[in-house]
Design a protein around this ligand. Structure first.
Ligand SMILES: [Zn+2]
Length: 383
C-alpha cells in the first residue's frame, strides 16, 4: 500500500459489492492504528471502515523545516547526524535511531492531519526531540544504564536549543540561553528541578558567590592561523588485570608458588588526533551562538596552555578544556561536563551551584586575525 500519500476514495471499494464510497467521509486519526479511519458507505448502503496507515518518515518527506539558519527539507539523515554530534558519546547509535523514529511518529501524531505539513519550525523539531528523550527515559523496560543515558541526553539536547521550555502545565517563560549563558544559570537550575523534582531538596542551598564583585574578565588575543602548537602524543591510563606469580618461599625448591590476579596500571601512548579533539569541543558548543568561532578559539587556547608539552595526559587535556569552557560559555561548559564527567541531572545541579558560588574569571577571545590577511577569512566565519 502506498504510504504517506493521501489516497483517493477509489482505493477503498466496498468489500461486499466492490462499489465505491457514495459520498466523501471525514477521517479520524486513531492513535493505536497510527493512521486515519473512515466509516464509509457504498452506493448500495453497505457500511465498512477503511484505515489509511501513515508511515511517518515518508509522510514528512515533503515537509520543510524553517529555522533562523535557513529553510531545508526535513531529513531523517540530518536528524540522525544532529543527534550523533550532540549525543554521540552518551547514547548508542541504536538508541539514537529509536529516538529519531519516535520523534517522527510524534510529529505526525501531533499534526493529526491527513496531509503532511508544508512547513514546521525548527524549534518545534528540537522541542520534540527534547520531550521524546524525556518520555523515553521514563519507560519501564529500560535498564538503569540506558535510562540514565537518556536522562543525560535529555539535558544535553535541551541545552543545545536557544531556550529551555518549562512544562506546558506551568506558565513560566522559557529560559533564554543567549549570550555566554552565565546569566541563565539560575534559570537552568530551576528548569532541571522542574523536570527532575526529586533533585529539589538539595537545590535550595546557598548559592550566592563566595566573594563579591564582578568576576574578572581576561581577554585573550587569539593566535594567527593555527599557531597554537598541538601535543603529539596522549597518554591514556589503562587498568588491566594481570596474573602475578609470587614465589613465597625460595629457600627450598621453589615449590611454593602462588598466582594472583592483580590490577596493573599502565599508560598507553596514542597519537594525538586534532579532528577528534575539535569534534569533542564542538559537541559542547553545538547550538551555541557563534559555535564554530568559540570551538576554534577554545581549542587554540588549550593548545597554547599546553604549549611546550609534546606528551600530554588525556586527563590533563580534559581538565584544561573544562577550565577553558567554564570561563568562556556556561552552557557549553555544562554540556562538556555532562559528557566528560559523566554527570547525571542530579550531579549537574551541584555543578551549576558550584558555578554560581565560585564564578570563574571570564575569558573572552579577541581576534587579531584581521592583521593577517592570509587567515582573516577563515578566522572569522561570516564576518
Ligand atoms: Zn457495497
Amino acid at each position: 500500500m502506498a504510504v504517506g500519500v493521501p489516497m483517493s476514495d477509489s482505493e477503498f471499494p466496498c468489500p461486499e459489492c466492490g462499489q465505491r464510497t457514495a459520498a466523501p467521509v471525514r477521517a479520524r486519526w486513531v492513535e493505536e492504528l497510527q493512521g486515519f479511519r473512515r466509516n464509509r458507505v457504498c452506493g448500495q448502503g453497505h457500511e465498512y471502515p477503511s484505515i489509511e496507515r501513515i508511515e511517518p518518515r515518508a509522510f514528512l518527506s515533503k515537509t520543510r523545516i524553517v529555522a533562523a539558519a535557513g529553510t531545508r527539507m526535513y531529513s531523517t539523515d540530518q536528524l540522525q547526524s544532529d543527534l550523533s554530534l550532540k549525543l554521540g558519546p552518551v547514547l548508542s547509535k541504536q538508541t539514537r535511531n529509536a529516538v529519531v523514529e519516535r520523534v517522527e511518529l510524534r510529529l505526525v501524531m501531533e499534526w493529526r492531519q491527513r496531509r503532511a505539513p508544508k512547513h514546521l519550525p525548527g524549534s518545534l523539531l528540537s522541542q520534540t526531540v527534547v520531550s521524546v528523550l524525556r518520555d523515553y527515559s521514563d519507560e519501564r523496560e529500560l535498564t538503569k544504564g540506558v535510562a540514565d543515558s537518556l536522562r543525560r541526553s535529555h539535558v544535553l539536547y535541551a541545552l543545545s536549543q536557544e531556550a529551555l521550555e518549562f512544562k506546558q502545565s506551568t506558565d513560566r517563560n522559557p529560559v533564554e540561553l543567549s549570550g555566554d549563558g552565565f546569566d541563565a544559570l539560575p534559570g537552568i537550575l530551576e528548569w532541571l528541578v522542574e523536570w527532575y523534582p526529586r533533585l529539589g531538596s538539595g537545590s535550595t542551598r546557598h548559592r550566592t558567590p563566595h566573594y563579591t564583585g564582578e568576576p574578572r574578565t581576561d581577554r585573550w588575543h587569539t593566535l594567527r592561523g593555527d599557531a597554537g602548537p598541538m601535543p603529539k602524543t596522549l597518554l591514556r591510563r589503562v587498568i588491566t588485570d594481570h596474573h602475578t606469580v609470587l614465589v613465597r618461599d625460595d629457600t627450598v625448591d621453589g615449590a611454593n608458588i602462588e598466582v594472583r590476579l592483580e590490577p596493573v596500571e599502565r599508560w598507553d601512548p596514542i597519537p594525538f588526533d586534532n579532528d577528534i579533539y575539535v569534534r569533542s569541543v564542538s559537541r559542547a558548543f553545538a547550538g551555541r551562538p557563534n559555535y564554530e568561532h568559540l570551538t576554534r578559539y577554545s581549542t587554540q587556547w588549550v593548545y597554547f596552555a599546553l604549549a611546550g608539552q609534546d606528551t600530554v595526559r588525556v586527563s590533563d587535556l580534559v581538565a584544561m578544556t573544562t577550565q577553558c569552557l567554564r570561563r568562556v560559555d556556561a552552557v557549553a561548559s555544562l554540556r562538556w561536563a555532562i559528557i566528560a564527567k559523566n554527570l547525571t541531572p542530579a550531579a549537574l545541579v551541584a555543578e551549576i551551584q558550584g558555578m554560581l558560588e565560585w564564578p570563574a574569571p571570564r575569558l573572552k577571545f579577541e581576534s587579531d586575525a584581521a592583521a593577517d590577511m592570509r587567515t582573516s577569512q577563515q578566522m572569522l566565519p561570516g564576518s
